[in-house]
Ligand binder design. Structure first.
Ligand code: HEM
Length: 128
């Protein structure tokens, strides 16, 4: 994410791929019981969405490009257009993600950088 060669990427700071997997799993454990968000996911289990989110975030925060190798260009806004995302859905999403960051034990300064990114990205995906 950063061009600054002295600062390790967030991917490295938080402990690499294993941490992003735990983050995505913690996030989807929250979604599983969320009456507003769960119906948006058509798949029976949230395992595949967790895998995709973990790989995407690992790549976004400076890790290997596994997500793009499997899924192509992220195009997140386009990929979210089929789902009704209003302010309530966005707010529910962010509550689960902020909780997942803390459950995963992600420390500062990565914690704040990630929180800010998620606040922005989730607002950008509002489409209703
Ligand atoms: C604003 C609230 C959001 C809602 C309600 C939402 C909902 C969904 C749903 C229903 C899917 C389809 C399940 C799947 O194919 O994986 C999905 C996919 C995905 N979402 Fe979100 N999402 C939100 C925000 C975000 C944000 C902020 C990010 C990233 C920072 C994100 C990243 C992804 C990724 C990477 C996928 C998989 C895309 C693919 O490869 O097909 N989402 N989301």
């Amino acid at each position: 994410m950063s061009e600054d060669t002295d600062t390790p990427t967030i991917y490295v700071q938080v402990g690499g791929m294993a941490t992003f997997k735990r983050l995505a799993e913690a996030f989807y454990t929250g979604v599983e019981d969320d009456p507003l968000l769960r119906p948006l996911y058509v798949e029976e289990t949230l395992e595949a969405p967790a895998e995709r989110l973990g790989l995407f975030l690992a790549q976004f925060f400076g890790g290997p490009p596994q997500y793009s190798l499997q899924r192509g260009h992220p195009m997140l806004r386009a990929r979210h257009l089929p789902f009704r995302i209003g302010k309530p859905e966005r707010d529910a999403w962010i509550v689960h993600m902020l909780a997942a960051i803390d459950e995963t034990g992600i420390q500062e300064p990565a914690r704040s950088e990630m929180r800010e990114y998620f606040e922005r990205a989730s607002t950008f995906l509002i489409n209703q």
